[in-house]
Structure formats: C-alpha cells, structure tokens
Design a protein around this ligand. Structure first.
Ligand code: SAM
Ligand code: SF4
Length: 322
C-alpha cells in the first residue's frame, strides 16, 4: 500500500523500446535515442525483478514496450513470469502485427490477457497513423480470438481530425468479437507533432458523439482488466466500452495501482512524472533482490500526474512502457 492507501500490485514492464510501427502520437520521427541493447534488461533480469515484486504482493504483470513481440525471447519472458509464485494474471500489450505467429505460444506460456492497439479499420488510415499494415493487425486479433485468451481488449487512441469516423465501426467490430474496446485520450508521452491541443479529443466529447447513436449504460462493477478505464455498455449492440481520460478525469490517479519498469530497468512510480529509481544497476553490481528499492518506489508514488502542468517528456513512451 502506498502513502495514500492505494494498493500497488500491478507492474507494467517495457521489454523493448523498439517498434515496427511509428504511431503518430507515440514515436517521435527520426527518433535516435534508443536505449543501447546492452542497457535492456535480459529475460533473467526481468524475471528476477518481477520475483522481488511478487514477494511484496505484486500479483498482476503486463509486458509492453515498444512492441514486445519484437523480442525474440518474449515467450521465455512470459513463461518465466507466469511460473513465479503469486502471479495471478499476465498480460501483453501489442500492436498485433506479430500476434498471429505467436498467439498460441504465448497462451501456452501463461499469458492470460492481450491488449491490441487498433485506432481504425481503414487500411489507408491505419497506414497513416501507424505506418503499418492493417491486415497484419487484424490477423493477429483473429489468431488471439481463436486461441482463446481470457481477455482480449482493443485500445483506440483518439485524435481529432484523424480517426473520429472510426469510432462507430470500431464499436461494431469490438461487439462482434466480444472484445472490450477502450478509448484513450492523447497524453503528452513523447515529443511528436500529433500531441497538440488541436488534435486532442476528450472522453466527454467522444461519449456525447457515441450517445447520438445509442445509449451508454454505466457498468460500475465491470472490470475486464486492471487499468483505469470506466466501462459502459453500448446499447443496442452490447459492446463493452472503456474510457480512459487521463487529462480530463480529475479522479484519474485516485485508483492507480501500478508501477512501471522501463526497458533499462528503472522503476517509474508515475507515467506522468519524471522520477525514476534504478533497479538494474544494483542488480548488475551484485544485489540479490530489488525489494528495498521497490518499497521506496511505492512509498514515493506521487499523488497524481503532471500532464496538465506543462509536463514535457524527456524520453518516449516506448522506453517507459505504455
Ligand atoms: N506497441 C504496443 C501497442 O501499441 O499496444 C504496446 C506499447 S504502446 C506504447 C501501449 C499503449 O499506449 C497503446 O495502446 C498506445 O495506443 C498507447 N499510447 C501510446 N502513445 C500514447 C499517447 N501519446 N497517448 C495515449 N496513449 C498512447
Ligand atoms: Fe509502436 Fe505501440 Fe507506440 Fe504504436 S503505440 S509506435 S505500435 S509502441
């Protein structure tokens, strides 16, 4: 528990800062500041840190990045985490483009939940937003559905003037696949041109837009994951819609339950603040566990983010872990 009484039992781990896509809101163009590969945590180091976290009561783990499925040892990492005593759930966040080849192995390794980014169902717009191939992402989602993970969620980042017209088609798609769909407000997490005020689309605006086409029934007890979304059922299709309004929801941080582990082994108590605690250097110098530093990170978890307070990211989302 942190100083504010929040139970912190969820660790999100960036396993790579590299990606095969270039989303407008995430990846700075011509970004050169990759962590050196030698700075990246190895599979063993990831599992070792996660083990320390489990001894402090962490029960939920998610692998992210960058694109975690680019790591050749991603299945081993998943297996290593799932075998740790105390781990109750293990998820992966992915753009889906490599999921069709890996879904079965990830399921066997213990992965329970898959989040796939999907901002549009239009191939041209998908190419514009991500630089990638929509079909690959759709094939990945199809593979995840047929393998049968406990939860498969879709994530859509909203951008005014870019993907508003995708909202209803995405809702239909999510309803047909029985996948909760989460709409996410743009956050200033990287230095990219897309992160400006004119592109920002609030959750409130989106909900009003959706309500022009049906009802949104609040689902206070529904929680298909461990994130900050508030869920509603869209009637008549029955789609489960989550809304993540980090910038416009004043209570956003009150239920925060997580720490982040950056690709180079630093704990970030808050996504929207710069403070970090280095775990990897002590480990490489011979420390046998990371419990004391994890405790310090929990004790120093800030009350709230600084997104609305001129927060300027100094390294991109991919390194911190989305
Ligand atoms: N590559 C994987 C993916 O795309 O899902 C995992 C990493 S990605 C950084 C994790 C999540 O962060 C994605 O859902 C992505 O849409 C979201 N994200 C990235 N940049 C964002 C931003 N500036 N504002 C809001 N969400 C963002
Ligand atoms: Fe890559 Fe995910 Fe960032 Fe898109 S959101 S650039 S897929 S890490």
């Amino acid at each position: 528990m942190d100083a504010l009484g929040r139970i912190i039992d969820y660790l999100r781990i960036s396993v790579t800062d590299r990606c095969n896509e270039r989303c407008l809101y995430c990846m700075p163009e011509r970004y050169k500041g990759w962590a050196q590969r030698s700075d990246h945590m190895t599979a063993n180091e990831i599992v070792q840190i996660a083990h320390s976290a489990t001894t402090l009561g962490f029960r939920k783990f998610r692998l992210t990045g960058g694109e975690p499925l680019l790591r050749h040892d991603i299945v081993d990492i998943a297996k290593g985490l799932w075998e740790l005593p105390g781990v109750q759930t293990l998820g992966i966040s992915t753009n889906g483009t490599r999921l069709s080849a890996l879904a079965e192995d990830l399921k066997q390794a213990g992965v329970r939940s898959i989040n796939v980014s999907l901002d549009t169902l239009d191939a041209t717009r998908y190419r514009t937003i991500t630089g990638g191939d929509l079909n690959q992402a759709l094939e990945g989602i199809e593979a995840a559905l047929s393998v049968g993970f406990e939860v498969i969620k879709l994530n859509c980042v909203l951008m005014r003037g870019v993907n508003e017209e995708d909202i209803l088609p995405l809702i239909d798609f999510a309803a047909k696949g029985g996948m909760p769909l989460r709409f996410i407000e743009l956050m200033p997490l990287s230095r990219t041109d897309a992160l400006n005020e004119s592109n920002f689309l609030s959750i409130g605006e989106i909900m009003r837009h959706i309500q022009l086409h049906g009802n949104l029934l609040s689902l206070p007890g529904y929680q298909p994951g461990h994130g900050p979304a508030r869920y509603y059922e869209f009637q008549p299709s029955g789609a489960k819609l989550g809304f993540i309004g980090a910038l416009t929801n004043p209570h956003f941080c009150e239920s925060c339950n997580k720490l982040r582990l950056t690709v180079d082994g630093k704990l970030r108590p808050c996504l929207g603040r710069h403070g970090e605690i280095d775990l990897l250097t002590p480990l490489r110098l011979g420390a046998t566990d990371s419990e004391t530093l994890l405790r310090t990170a929990i004790a120093n978890k800030p009350e709230n983010h600084e997104f609305s307070d001129c927060y300027t990211p100094w390294r991109p989302m991919t390194a911190i872990g989305g």
